[in-house]
Design a protein around this ligand. Structure first.
Ligand code: Z5A
Length: 205
């Protein structure tokens, strides 16, 4: 089974992925977690170009193709082999992020994005997607809190620094994706406590 987590900044994906992994392993499943952009050596190199503050001033087309180049490598060399070996793969972000961020957020043409997707990964789709939905200000406050703490010295904040309107468009984009894919996508209220969000995810699984 291929499970993805989606949502805006500070929605709690990383926290919930770890809890779900632990719960599935406790039931005897073989689980790997991974993330996008990244997940393989090559894709992590592309991640640096995309998310670092000084990663580069990409045109929208170049940026979209870089996300899908990383995704192609990730799917071919990590996700498909793990699924073939019977593992559950839980991925932090996947194609829905590109549709939401580059498409609904930045206004990149959705038909062009879907054409790039087709060339890059064919019909590869997750079996289940959890969209962690949270009020934009609340999510950004959570993400900001973490940045102020500066515990890891991270400068991966190029997207977090964008304007609030962008984040609102992004949130609505995710809700539209969920409506268009009701069997695959579950919208989870991410403003609840960590434990309650986890229970909602387990019950959907
Ligand atoms: N991007 C893109 O544009 N196009 C694409 O195709 C892809 C990505 C794949 C990197 O993503 C950036 O790339 C991302 C989109 C863009 N933009 N940004 N930023 P990322 O996944 O690496 O980065 P992120 O979205 O910022 O994720 P994050 O910082 O790792 O946040 P998170 O995983 O959603 O949340 P968290 O780390 O689990 O929690 C954040 C804080 O909130 C932390 O202190 C938690 O303890 C706290 N938290 C979590 N849950 C709760 C609850 N329920 N209550 C209270 N506090 C909570």
């Amino acid at each position: 089974m291929f499970i993805t987590f989606e949502g805006g900044e500070g929605s709690g994906k990383t926290t919930q992925i770890q809890l779900l992994k632990d719960a599935l392993e406790a039931k005897g499943h073989d689980v790997i977690t991974t993330r996008e952009p990244g997940g393989t050596i090559e894709a992590e190199k592309i991640r640096e170009l995309l998310v670092q503050r000084d990663g580069g001033d990409w045109t929208p087309t170049a940026e979209a193709m870089l996300f899908f180049t990383a995704r192609h490598m990730h799917v071919e060399t990590k996700i498909k082999p793990a699924l073939a070996a019977g593992k559950i793969v839980i991925c932090d972000r996947f194609t829905d992020s590109t549709i939401a961020y580059q498409g609904y957020g930045h206004g990149f043409d959705l038909d062009t994005l879907n054409a790039i997707k087709k060339v890059s990964i064919g019909n590869m789709e997750p079996d289940k997607t959890f969209i962690l939905d949270i009020d934009v200000t609340e999510g950004l406050t959570r993400a900001g809190k973490r940045m102020e703490g500066d515990d890891d010295g991270s400068t991966e904040d190029r997207f977090e620094r964008m304007k609030i309107d962008f984040h609102e468009n992004l949130r609505q984009g995710y809700l539209t994706i969920a409506k268009q894919n009701p069997n695959r996508c579950h919208v989870i209220d991410a403003s609840a406590t960590i434990d309650d969000v986890h229970l909602a995810i387990l019950s959907a699984i």
